[in-house]
Structure formats: C-alpha cells, structure tokens
Write a protein that binds this ligand. Structure first.
Ligand code: SF4
Ligand code: SF4
Length: 286
C-alpha cells in the first residue's frame, strides 16, 4: 500500500457524539434489531405519507438553516460541476471534513455560513441556487434515509423514515406519496443509487484498516482523495506511477479520463483493493 503522492483533508475535527444532531439525516448504519426504536415513522415499500412544499408556504426555506448536511461523493461531483470549480476548490471552500468517533473514514459536511442561523451558502432570496444539483439529503427530505447492512450477504439497503421537523408545514398538506414516487418526483433515483454504492464501501470502515497511522495517515488521505477529491484523483492517476503499477483496460481508462462518475466508481473499487485487498474487475496489479 505504498503511496507516492501526498494529498490533504481540509480540516479534521473530532466531534463529541452529542454534536451529531441535525434536521437532515446522515448515512447511518443501523442494526436490524434497533430499527423500530429510531425516531420518525418507518416507511416500507408502498407506505404513504402526506407532504407538499411550495414557494409561499410560511416555513419556506426554514429547513435550509442550522443543519449538519452530509455530502456523499456523488453530491460533491454534482455541486462542483454546477459551480464550475474543481473538487479540490469545492472541498476547500464548502466542506468540513470530520472524523466521527468510532468510525474510520471521515465524513464530509457542507460548510454553513457563519451567520447566526448557520444558513446554507446556496440559499438565496428565491430559494436554492443549486436546486438541479442539490445534495441527495435535500432531495429526500423530509424523508430520511438510513442504510441497513446485512452482514451475511454483505449488501446494504436503504431504509426510510418520515421525519419532518415540527416547523415543517408541508407535512400538513394533502399530497400523498410513497418513498418511490417521492424519489422520482425529486429526481433522486440516481442519487439514491450512488448513495447505496458509496455506503457499501463506507460500511467497510466500521472496522479499522489503518493500524498505527490512523485514518489521517497517508493511506487514509489517498482513500479520501480517490472517493471525494475526484479531480485530484484523476491527476494522480494519469500523472504518477499509478498506471505503471496497475493494469486498467483501455476502454475504461478512456472513460475515466473525462467522466467524473465513472472515475468515482473506479475510485471506490481501487479503495476496496488498495485498503481492503478485495478483488475487482476494474484493475489488476502489474
Ligand atoms: S415545507 Fe418543509 S421542506 Fe418545505 S420549505 Fe417548509 S420546512 Fe422546508
Ligand atoms: S443545498 Fe439547497 S436545498 Fe439543500 S440546504 Fe442548501 S439551499 Fe437548501
């Protein structure tokens, strides 16, 4: 697991668990036995909830303040492309990278403005300025997603809870949804897929692969780069000894040269191989 390039996290905070409270859910691994003790109403396939949000509702945009908004790798790609900046610039300017106690991979949160209300930096007078590329969590809200990990099949699945905060008046409206119809309406289907893909890799980090160097060591930084800092990863891949050490099919190489999402998927597979020694069809050691 030798690395020849250095890369950075922006900031690493260690947070006490009591600070991990927010209106919007983060990707949380739950034990099947504890599912019914989680807050909110669990929504199974076909279960319905009532909700409608529209400009003019009295609470409009109140939910875009004072949040811990977790970003996943696909969110970062969509947002940095929307803002026409590199992933490096995005992470520097808009993200806080934090290490949760008893987890071995950092979390990425959208950095809120420093005003009294901790307003989302993308909120303006007419609403969300990045709406077509808003993060997965914002799309799914007020439904919250959790990730259920099946240790036997090593597969993850999304679980859903209807959990609007009290101030959210949309819950008193009459439009009826299932999680599926809500996801389609919010154009969240692809986002949800990418979140599940990420959660499959992230679930591995419930155990410590880093040993004495810890998650902030060089290998941890490489893994962070390959998942969250996609433009820097591309630079590393094509301008280091990477391709002398790994064999990657030329058709795939062609794709990942320009396609961020394909590169993100490749990065996930590389991390599985590099950190966990898991075989992948994406690459081989030379
Ligand atoms: S109805 Fe709920 S989701 Fe819509 S603006 Fe109000 S608080 Fe936010
Ligand atoms: S990204 Fe948009 S929808 Fe999400 S919190 Fe910010 S302003 Fe609100």
């Amino acid at each position: 697991m030798a690395s020849t390039i250095s890369c950075k996290y922006n900031i690493i905070y260690k947070l006490g668990s009591k600070k991990w409270i927010g209106f919007k859910f983060y990707m949380k691994y739950v034990d099947i036995e504890n599912l019914d003790t989680l807050p909110g109403r669990r929504l199974g396939e076909g279960d319905t909830f009532s909700f409608h949000c529209y400009p003019g509702i009295a609470c409009f945009n109140r939910c875009c303040r004072n949040l811990n908004l977790f970003l996943y790798p696909y969110d970062v790609i969509r947002l940095k492309n929307r803002l026409e900046i590199s992933s490096d610039q995005f992470l520097d300017k808009h993200a806080d990278v934090m290490l949760r106690p008893s987890n071995f991979f950092p979390e990425v949160l959208l950095r809120m403005s420093e005003d009294k209300e901790r307003t989302c930096p993308f909120l303006n007078e007419s609403g969300c300025s990045v709406y077509p590329d808003r993060p997965d969590t914002c799309r799914t809200f007020p439904v919250e997603q959790g990730v259920l990990y099946n240790a036997e099949t090593k597969k993850t699945e999304l679980v859903h809870f209807f959990r609007p905060p009290d101030f959210c008046l949309g819950q008193h409206e009459n439009k009826v949804w299932t999680t599926q119809s809500w996801s389609q309406d919010q154009e969240a289907v692809l986002y949800n897929k990418m979140t599940v893909r990420w959660s499959e890799l992230k679930s591995l980090f419930q155990t410590d692969p880093w040993g004495s160097q810890g998650p902030e060591g060089p290998e941890g930084k490489m893994a962070f780069m390959a998942t969250y800092n996609i433009d820097r990863f591309r630079d590393f891949l094509f301008n280091s000894t990477f391709l002398k050490r790994y064999k990657v099919k030329s058709a795939l190489l062609k794709k990942i040269r320009t396609d961020d999402v394909e590169l993100m998927k490749f990065g996930f597979e590389w991390v599985k191989f590099y950190v966990w020694g898991l075989k992948t069809r994406y690459l081989k050691l030379r």
